[in-house]
Design a protein around this ligand. Structure first.
Ligand SMILES: N[C@](CCCC[B-](O)(O)O)(CCN1CCCCC1)C(=O)O
Ligand SMILES: [Mn+2]
Ligand SMILES: [Mn+2]
Ligand SMILES: [Mn+2]
Length: 301
């Protein structure tokens, strides 16, 4: 297990509230006697400017510039041989976190914990929101589906994942284009139906068996807080009923920690600008508990 490094806050979308979360999280992790020396690498600040009107996707310039910055920061942190925790922010930041991680650890495998697959291409996305497309920018097999010439702000990005490197857990809201891609490439995916059918232990064990059969690959876990049921995560932008229970989210985190192979973690889509005050408290608490479980904190009282 790598030392724990840093909690870098990535504000692709919001400003002050995100910092409150990161401060909460960094102090919690530091004081949660997880036995790690946590180095908070601070916030990544981005120019948020009026972007072009929708050009296949929305805000391509702002998100392209931001994710380039994220990639550099994560690559450096991983090269410093640290487990790198990145707090979002939008799931679009994972274009940067996974790209940066892969530059330092090309043999990584990916667990995508999410109500959504986030694998729309710029041509299949129904909303144009990049948070629903990050994986299409990263996967070799989808390289030719990206209109790269029309998106110059992503000219720094090279696809770095094989479709077989990915396992999805928690899916329950797919768009037609995503369903086609998952089926065409037979991507490892466990929807909420499979979680109910097999149980969370079997699901995460089969996911790891699929992407890391020899147990020798660094793990990137991209944990979208909306994978957990909205009852515990009301402060998020795209809630979908019938999600993972809090305990199932915790089990995933504990199980991945026990592999000793967790190399980078994204914790994204906590949005304190939506939901009631209680929703915000619940969502931040869920995020903090999942994070500390990923870092070794045990639910043993
Ligand atoms: N697939 C969606 C949602 C993406 C969520 C991003 B995540 O996982 O980071 O939170 C949903 C599009 N959907 C289309 C039909 C009407 C409702 C929204 C999209 O906008 O692409
Ligand atoms: Mn989002
Ligand atoms: Mn997501
Ligand atoms: Mn989601």
């Amino acid at each position: 297990m790598k030392n724990i490094l840093g909690i870098s806050v990535l504000n692709v979308v919001s400003t002050v509230p995100q910092i409150i979360i990161s401060t909460t999280v960094s102090s919690t992790v530091t004081t949660a006697n997880t036995g790690h020396n946590v180095e908070d690498r601070g916030d990544l600040n981005f120019d948020v400017f009026k972007d072009d009107p929708r050009n296949y996707v929305l805000n391509p310039k702002a998100v392209g510039a931001a994710t380039k910055k994220v990639s550099k920061a994560v690559e450096q942190a991983v090269r410093d041989n640290k487990l790198t925790v990145t707090l979002g922010g939008d799931h679009s930041i994972s274009i940067g976190t996974i790209h940066g991680h892969a530059r330092a650890e090309p043999n990584l495998c990916l667990l995508w914990i999410d109500a959504h697959a986030d694998i729309n291409t710029p041509l299949t996305t129904p909303s144009g929101n990049i948070h629903g497309t990050p994986l299409s920018f990263l996967v070799n097999q989808l390289k030719d589906t990206i209109p790269w010439a029309a998106l110059p702000s992503f000219d720094w990005l090279q696809p770095c994942l094989n479709i077989t490197d990915i396992a999805f857990v928690g899916l329950r809201d797919l768009d037609p284009g995503e369903r086609y891609i998952l089926q065409k490439f037979n991507i490892t995916s466990f929807s909420i139906h499979e979680v109910d059918r097999f149980g969370i232990h079997e699901v995460i064990a089969r996911s790891l068996e699929a992407v890391n059969p020899k147990g020798d690959r660094p793990i990137h876990m991209s944990f979208d807080i909306d994978s957990v049921d909205p009852a515990a995560t009301g402060a998020t932008g795209t809630p979908v009923p019938g999600g993972l229970t809090f305990r199932e989210g915790m089990f995933i985190a504990e199980h991945v920690y026990r592999t000793g192979l967790l190399s980078a973690l994204d914790l994204v889509e906590v949005n304190p600008e939506v939901g009631s005050r209680q929703d915000k408290v619940n969502t931040v608490m869920t995020a903090v508990e999942v994070l500390t479980a990923c870092l070794g904190k045990k639910r043993e009282g």
